[in-house]
Write a protein that binds this ligand. Structure first.
Ligand SMILES: [Zn+2]
Length: 206
C-alpha cells in the first residue's frame, strides 16, 4: 500500500486522538481538508488556536468562559443558593439549552474512576466543599441551600455523587440527585431534553 505523505499522516494521527474519531474518520477528514480552499483551512487553524488562548476556565464554577468569571456566575438573576454539580463543562451547556434551570453550576472535571487512576483529589471536589462552606459562612442563610448532584447515572457517576455527599455531611444543606427517567449508564450529553428536564425536576433528596 502506498504511504501517505508525512503531512497527511501527521494530521490523521492528530484527528485520531479526538473522541469518537477512528482511523477511517480521521482519514476522511484529512482528505476533505485537502480538497478544501486554503482560506477555510487557515480559518479553522486560527479558530483552534484562538479557542485555546481566549477561552478561560471560570474561577468560580470551572466552566468555560471568555472572562475570569463566566456569564452564568456573573448573572445576578441566577440563584446562587442552588449549585448543580456536573462532570464536564459540556453538561453545563446541555442543561442551559434545556432551559428552566436558574441556579449555578460546579464543574468537577470528570468522575472518580479507579481504572483510569482518577481519584477524588483529581477532581474539583475540594473547591466545591470550600465554595459551599464559604457561602454558608458569608451569607445570612435566609432560604435553602441546595446541591444537585448531576453526574451521569453510570457506576463512576454514582460513586462520585456518593463521595461528594459524604464530604458534605454535617453541613446544613439539602443534597439531591438527578436520575429519575435517565437510563442507568446514560450520559447527560446524549439524553434528550425532555428526559433531562424530567430527571432534573424529579431529583430526589439523598
Ligand atoms: Zn462560572
Amino acid at each position: 500500500m502506498a504511504e501517505f505523505p508525512k503531512g497527511v499522516k501527521n494530521l490523521i494521527n492528530a484527528f485520531e486522538r479526538l473522541p469518537g474519531i477512528g482511523p477511517k474518520g480521521a482519514t476522511r477528514l484529512v482528505f476533505y481538508l485537502l480538497n478544501t480552499p486554503k482560506v477555510y483551512v487557515e480559518d479553522l487553524a486560527t479558530c483552534l488556536v484562538k479557542m485555546k488562548t481566549d477561552v478561560k476556565i471560570c474561577k468560580t464554577c470551572f466552566s468555560v468562559s471568555e472572562q475570569d468569571i463566566c456569564s452564568i456566575c456573573r448573572d445576578s438573576n441566577r440563584n446562587i443558593r442552588q449549585i448543580c454539580v456536573v462532570e464536564k463543562a459540556i453538561d453545563v451547556m446541555i442543561i442551559e439549552n434545556m432551559g428552566g434551570y436558574k441556579g449555578v453550576y460546579h464543574v468537577l472535571g470528570g468522575v472518580v474512576n479507579p481504572l483510569e487512576h482518577v481519584g477524588p483529589d483529581d477532581l474539583r471536589i475540594d473547591e466545591l466543599i470550600q465554595r459551599v462552606k464559604s457561602f454558608l459562612t458569608n451569607s445570612d442563610m435566609s432560604g435553602d441551600f441546595e446541591i444537585i448532584l448531576a453526574t451521569n447515572p453510570t457506576m463512576e457517576g454514582e460513586a462520585t455523587a456518593l463521595h461528594i455527599k459524604k464530604r458534605l455531611e454535617g453541613l446544613k444543606i439539602k443534597i439531591s440527585r438527578i436520575g429519575s427517567g435517565l437510563p442507568i449508564g446514560a450520559d447527560l450529553e446524549y439524553a434528550d431534553q425532555a428526559t433531562l428536564s424530567r430527571a432534573l425536576e424529579g431529583r430526589k433528596d439523598i
